[in-house]
Structure formats: C-alpha cells, structure tokens
Design a protein around this ligand. Sequence first.
Ligand code: ADP
Ligand code: MG
Length: 325
Amino acid sequence: MRKVICTEDKHLTDNSSLGMNTQITHRVFGRNTPEAVNSANAEMERLEKIMSRYIPESEISLINQFSGIKPVKVCDEVYRVLSYANELSGICDGLFDVTIGPLVDLWNYKHAPGVPEEADISQALSLVGYCDLLLNPSVGTAGLGKQGQSIDLGGVGKGFASDRIIEIFKCYDIVSAFTNIGGNVSALGNKPDGTPWMVGIRHPRQEGCLLGAVPVTGRSVVTSGDYERYFIDREGVRRHHILSPVTGYPAQAGLISATVISDSAMLADALSTLAFVSGLERGAGFIKRFPGTEAIMVDEHQQIYITHGLKGCFQPAVHISTKII
Ligand code: ADP
Ligand code: MG
C-alpha cells in the first residue's frame, strides 16, 4: 500500500497509505522529503505494533491479556500515552477513558446487527474505569485491576502518532509539511509560500461539503464526529463509535461534531473525543482549561459554535453562520 510519489518538483513528496485502520496522507516540502516520509511511515508502523489492541503482541494487548493478573513492563511511549490519558480522565471525571475497551468490543460497528442487550452493556460498563489503570513510574509498568478490562487507544493514539511524525519531519530539516491521519491533521510551519495551511472542517451532515476552514501554522486540527463510524438502529437512532462511560451507550450529549485546534495533536485528539462526549457547555469548559486551545462544535440542530480565539480567524463556508461559545 505504501507509495511515494515524487512530483516534478523534487522537493515535494506526497504520500498516501493505509495504517491505524485509516487513510494516511503526508505532504512534505524541502530537501530529504522521500527519506522523511519513509521514516514517518516506518514510525507509524512501529507505533501501531506497540499500541494497537488488535495486534496480539502489542504492549497494549499484553496489558489487556494480563488484566486482573499482573502489570506488564511497557516502553516510555506507551507509558506516556497512558499517563496522559489518565490525567485527562481525572480532570473530566472519566468521560474520556481509555479503559473503554469492553464497551468498544460490544458496540462493534463492522458487525453490529443492532443494539446490544441491556445486561451486556451493564456488564461491560462495570469494567470501564480509569482508576483501575495502575501505572508504576518507578518500574515503568502498566496494568489493569480487574480481569476482562481492556485499554483502547482509539481516542488518542492517532494524535500521539501525528506529533511523532511532525518530530520526524523536523529531524529531516523539513520546515513545511502536513500529515493527515484519518482526519487528524497536523501542520509543520506554513505552506511553502509562507501563508498558513488552511484546514477544511467537514460538514457533519452534508457529504463533500465543508463547514469552513481554519488557518494554522504548526498546529493540529482534530475532529470527532458521529458521521463516519455508525449504524442506524431499528428505532432510527444513530449509533456511533464515541461512547459514554456513564451510560454505556454512544454519547448523546447534543453534539454531532467537535473539532479541537492545539499545538499538541495528542491533546487535540483526546479533547475532541472528550468534547463530543461532554456536550457543548461542558466541552467548552474543558477546552478553556488548556490555554491556546480552540474548538469548533456543531450541535444536533447543526448550529456551529466557535471559541473566542477563532473569531475573525475561522472562515465559514457560504450560508454557514457561527455563534461564539
Ligand atoms: P476517530 O478515531 O474516529 O477519529 P475519536 O478520536 O473521537 O475518533 O476516537 C473514537 C475512538 O475512541 C473510538 O473508536 C474508541 O476506540 C475510543 N473511544 C470511544 N469512546 C471513548 C471515550 N469515552 N473515551 C476514550 N476513548 C473513547
Ligand atoms: Mg480523539
């Protein structure tokens, strides 16, 4: 699947591939671009091998396998993602929670015939709890307190990978690039012409349309929405992949899309998932706790809200009106 296209401009490398269960595109300008892209792709594969719960030998799979039995030694990176996630869980009372694994398994979108049984939801819910994720910094181990618990980094892993890729590009002296991992966009510097990268925000209900675009210089833009992975149940309710650790059901907090813009892709990834689960007011409250972080949220009436810092900066599409939150 990996393909490096060197265009006539020898200093531009465009690269698209599949990884982390999603489409990945890099656009890189400067010298050493093919090497930088190859190195970024290798890094993606390496990270997936340690962080995917769907690869049986990954460190995350080992933690899950030994849940309720013993903690396992993990590398620095896995330790960092887990402690970062747990810190965020502490701030939001577990609305964002990487121990969501058992619920993710239950609401399996690819094979979902319908809504799971109430009893199964309660059972899975009883296994979700970030306080059971035991991290020991002195020995670098991570473990889960109860048997059957499992970690799923779906809400934060792509952000972590994006940050790493930007670091790699920097190591190759690249000053202008962007990477898009399944809608997680991270920019390095500006476009080669010196103007900011323009990142389009998808309209959550009009396929192929944008809500608008946001200019970014060296920042990340990450969206969580209910429009990509979902099924419609017998009652006509949209059942998507962002789950509430309170109800055990796909979150219905009044939002259909939440985009977060931040210097850190990992933070933007986690916060966009959290905002989606929390709803407009509460989500905006969490975002405000992280200075320099901005958001674009869309409620179920398709009203678009932007944070103060995006006033005069977010460029709405024609017919799109925004309110400030
Ligand atoms: P996407 O991965 O589609 O870009 P998100 O970043 O919002 O979207 O992540 C959704 C994924 O995060 C789910 O597929 C699941 O793996 C995981 N997840 C679902 N609900 C939660 C939650 N409340 N807290 C943390 N992770 C979650
Ligand atoms: Mg996320």
